[in-house]
Design a protein around this ligand. Structure first.
Ligand code: ZN
Length: 394
């Protein structure tokens, strides 16, 4: 079951799509190719990158060409997604039609739709770091621009959005050396919550692996049987290991992070590998973490930043906003009418007394008391009640 969209309450049902093939201008003198994706649409979703080449014949040749290439998406010059093409080409099969090759961008289970309407003037850019670009005759980005009804657009126009995303980040590279089959690899994983790791490389040569945190083994080492039973085999060169026992890395709900370690309390995360004796020297293994982050859109400052969190929202952003009087404004936690400070669920639009809700979500209920969706709107709305009284008195 793909629950990717369910918790993203601001994605309404009425939408029209415009699939576009955005050409990327190639400049062989530059170390990377870039394209500005910013458009007048409300949101967008990156789907595929399609390469044309008259020189490259087979998928394996194509994979070799892009083995070192990097995909980088930036918002206001800050990197919001970065993938090695080698990883993308293992995660999803490369499709070939004639002399064209397509690579899927995994936005369905990572950052999903990007809210262009909330970006103000912040540019959204795709940078492709590809050496050997001369054998490519054209690159097109297949992108889905999405337009909403007016009513739903008003929702986007709110000042601040905090969107739950999954971040996939390279956190370690292991180079196999001569005469060595045992390795210790320090993981550079600075995310608060990581629910699992992808391991990319010649998987058949791994005899066992284990993760050690602050000197303690987190679990018994995974031998080939345990890997077979408990890891998700995506391809011969890619497996997914989960801390939580749930191998569906595409599940973006907060529940899928239950049982994931809080890395902010750890000094060292080490991965221990034992390889088969006949492993190729010069082979390489790459580790990628799958972690929980927020993409924080702040319209006021035209800034979009990552806010790493441990799952439950910390800190509140204060906004002045009158209550929507067309709704029943009894707080269903306190059973009292809402006074000055309140919060709004982005999914069901119910309002709650701020203090009651803050208590509710900090006591291990990170979800809305009414609709049970993951709580992600960390804005404390303050009613403009004092001004109203002042006007009445006049
Ligand atoms: Zn709700």
């Amino acid at each position: 079951m793909d629950t990717g969209l369910e918790h993203r309450s601001i994605i309404p049902n009425n939408r029209s799509h415009e699939m576009m093939y955005l050409p990327i201008n190639l400049n062989i003198n530059k170390s990377y190719q870039t394209v500005d994706i910013t458009r007048n649409a409300d949101t967008c979703k990156l789907k595929h990158i399609v390469f044309n080449s008259d020189i490259i014949q087979s998928i394996s040749e194509f994979k070799n060409l892009l083995n070192e290439a990097i995909f980088e998406l930036t918002l206001d010059n800050e990197i919001i997604a970065k993938y090695n093409f080698s990883f993308l080409m293992e995660l999803n099969e490369v499709k070939k039609v004639g002399n064209r090759f397509a690579i899927k961008i995994p936005h369905d289970h990572t950052i999903d739709e990007i809210i262009l309407i909330a970006l103000a003037r912040a540019p959204l850019k795709l940078n492709l770091h590809i050496t050997n670009i001369s054998v490519i005759s054209a690159i097109n980005l297949y992108i889905d621009y999405i337009y909403y009804d007016r009513e739903q657009r008003v929702q986007f126009d709110d000042n601040v959005h905090n969107i739950l995303i999954q971040d996939i980040q390279e956190c370690g590279i292991l180079n196999v050396e001569n005469n060595k089959t045992h390795y210790k690899l320090n993981l550079h994983d600075n995310s608060h919550r990581t629910k699992g790791y992808f391991i990319e490389g010649d998987i058949s040569k791994i005899k066992s692996f284990c993760i050690r945190m602050n000197g303690y083994d987190r679990f018994d080492e995974y031998d080939q049987m345990a890997m077979q039973l408990y890891c998700h085999h995506i391809s011969d060169n890619l497996i997914y290991f989960s801390y939580t026992g749930q191998n569906n890395y595409k599940d973006m709900t907060l529940d899928s992070y239950t049982g994931s370690p809080d890395h902010s309390r750890l000094d060292t995360i080490v991965m221990l590998f034992k390889f088969d004796e006949n492993i190729n020297i010069e082979s390489q293994f790459k580790i990628y973490s799958v972690s929980l982050k927020y993409l924080h859109y702040s319209f006021k400052f035209g800034r979009c930043v990552y806010v790493p969190t441990s799952g439950i929202l910390k800190g509140w952003i204060i906004e002045k906003k009158e209550l929507d009087e067309s709704r029943d404004n009894m707080c269903s936690i306190s059973h009292m009418p809402i006074e000055t400070e309140y919060c709004t669920c982005l999914t069901c639009n119910n309002n709650f007394d701020h203090k009651s809700l803050a208590n509710w979500i900090s006591s291990d209920h990170p979800s809305c008391p009414m609709c049970r969706c993951f709580w992600k709107n960390n804005i404390k709305y303050v009613r403009d009640i004092i001004d109203t009284i002042h006007v009445d008195e006049l």
